[in-house]
Design a protein around this ligand. Structure first.
Ligand code: FAQ
Length: 327
C-alpha cells in the first residue's frame, strides 16, 4: 500500500564499500544514544538487517494471531471470549505497526507479504505448533507473551526510531495480554484436577519451543554481533533467555506447576540458569518450514491474501500517490 519501490535491493551491504566518514559519524550517533530516522544516512547493512528483523517480527505477530485465534469461538465464557478477541486483534495491529516501520526502510508491504506467503521470509518458530486445548491458548497468552515482552522491552531502547516507537506501543499492549494470560492460567492451575492436568500438559508442550524462541545460543547466532554493535538488539539471545527464566520459572513454580526439564536449576555462584539444551535440529527444521503447522499457517495467510485482493483493489484509487511512511 505504501512505499515507492525496494530501494534496499540497490544498496551496498559490505561495510568496506561504504563512505567511511559517514559510517564513523553514523556509529558515533548510535554510541551517543541518538535515534536514527528514515531519511538519515545509514549503511546498507543496517538497512538490510533492520528490514530482515522487523519484517520477521511483523510476520510473527500476524501468524501468531492464528493459534490463539482459533480459540475465540471456543473460549470458556463471554469475558474470556472478549479478552481473547481483543488480544488477537492487538497482535494483528502490532503487525501493521511493524510493517509500517519496515516500509520506512524501503521495502513495500506487498513484497513483505509476498515473501511470507511464498515461504521466503521467516517468522517465529513458536507459532508453528498446534494449540490443542484451551490450556494451550492460555499458555501462549502468558508464557509466549512474557518472552515477547522480555525481548521487546530491551529492543525498544534501540537505535532505529520507527521500530522503537512501534515497540513502545506494542509492549504497553503486550503487558495487558500478559495479565490476561496469567489470570487464565491461574484459573486453570487452581481449578479441578482435570484443569490442573490440562494446563500442566500444555506447559510441557510449549516449553521446548519456548526455549528456542529467543534464538540460537549466542555462540551460534549469526546476526547478534552487528545488531548489538548498532544497538538494534539490546540484549543477546542468551541474555533474554536467562532473563525470561529468572522472571517466569518462579511464577510457574508458585502455581504448583512443574517445568518439564529435570536439569533446570539456578546456579547460585554464576547467577545463571542451567538447563537441558533444547533440540536445535528441531529448531532449524521448524524455522525453515518443516514444523508441525508451517504449511497450515501459510495456507491460512495465502487464503486471506487471495480473498482480500478484491477489497484492496477496490479501495486503491488509480490516481493515488503513494508515499513512504516515516512512522
Ligand atoms: N524463530 O542470528 P540469529 C510475539 C533465525 S513476537 C524463527 O540469532 P537474530 C508476539 C534468525 O531469523 C515474536 N527464526 O538471529 C506474540 C536467523 O535466520 P535468517 C517474534 C529464528 O535476528 C505473542 C537465524 O535464526 N519476535 O511473539 C528465531 O540476531 C503471542 C539465526 O539467528 C521478534 O521477532 C526464532 N525464534 O535474533 C504474538 C522480535 N530465532 O534471518 C502472538 C525481534 C532466530 O538469517 C501471540 N527479533 N531465528 O534467515 C529479534 O529480537 C531477533 O530477530 C531474534 C533472533 C532474537 C528473534
Amino acid at each position: 500500500m505504501y512505499g515507492g519501490g525496494n530501494i534496499f535491493e540497490n544498496v551496498p551491504v559490505d561495510l568496506e564499500s561504504e563512505d567511511q566518514e559517514k559510517l564513523a559519524a553514523f556509529e558515533a550517533r548510535i554510541n551517543r544514544g541518538e535515534k536514527i530516522e528514515p531519511m538519515d544516512w545509514m549503511p546498507g547493512l543496517y538497512r538490510k538487517q533492520l528490514i530482515r528483523m522487523i519484517e520477521q517480527h511483523a510476520h510473527s505477530e500476524i501468524i501468531g494471531a492464528l493459534p490463539e485465534g482459533t480459540w475465540i469461538t471456543r473460549a470458556p465464557g463471554f469475558k474470556r471470549k472478549l479478552s481473547l478477541m481483543a488480544k488477537v486483534q492487538d497482535e494483528v495491529g502490532h503487525a501493521q505497526l511493524l510493517y509500517s516501520a519496515a516500509e520506512t526502510l524501503g521495502k513495500p508491504r506487498e513484497a513483505m507479504i509476498n515473501d511470507l506467503i511464498t515461504g521466503k521470509s521467516k517468522y517465529s518458530n513458536i507459532f508453528n505448533y498446534p494449540a490443542f486445548t484451551w490450556a494451550d491458548a492460555t499458555i501462549i497468552s502468558w508464557i509466549v507473551d512474557a518472552g515477547a515482552i522480555v525481548n521487546q522491552l530491551a529492543n525498544l531502547k534501540g537505535s532505529y526510531g520507527p521500530y522503537c516507537r512501534a515497540l513502545d506501543r506494542i509492549c504497553a499492549e503486550e503487558s495487558f495480554h500478559l495479565k490476561y494470560g496469567h489470570h487464565a492460567v491461574i484459573h486453570l492451575a487452581t481449578g479441578s484436577p482435570l484443569q490442573r492436568k490440562m494446563v500442566q500438559e500444555a506447559l510441557n508442550r510449549w516449553w521446548p519451543p519456548m526455549m528456542h524462541f529467543f534464538g540460537p545460543p549466542d555462540k551460534a547466532s549469526v546476526h547478534s554481533e552487528i545488531l548489538m554493535r548498532w544497538k538494534v538488539k539490546m540484549a543477546s539471545n542468551d541474555e533474554n533467555r536467562q532473563q525470561f527464566l529468572d522472571m517466569y520459572v518462579p511464577k510457574i513454580w508458585e502455581l504448583g506447576l512443574t517445568v518439564p526439564d529435570p536439569n533446570l536449576n539456578k546456579n547460585n555462584e554464576s547467577g545463571q540458569w542451567e538447563y537441558t539444551e533444547p533440540d536445535w535440529e528441531e529448531f532449524k527444521r521448524v524455522i525453515n518450514g518443516d514444523g508441525p503447522c508451517n504449511a497450515e499457517r501459510l495456507a491460512v495467510r495465502r487464503f486471506a491474501e487471495e480473498r482480500g485482493a478484491w477489497m484492496r483493489k477496490a479501495i486503491l484509487k488509480k490516481e493515488t500517490e503513494y508515499v513512504m511512511p516515516l512512522a
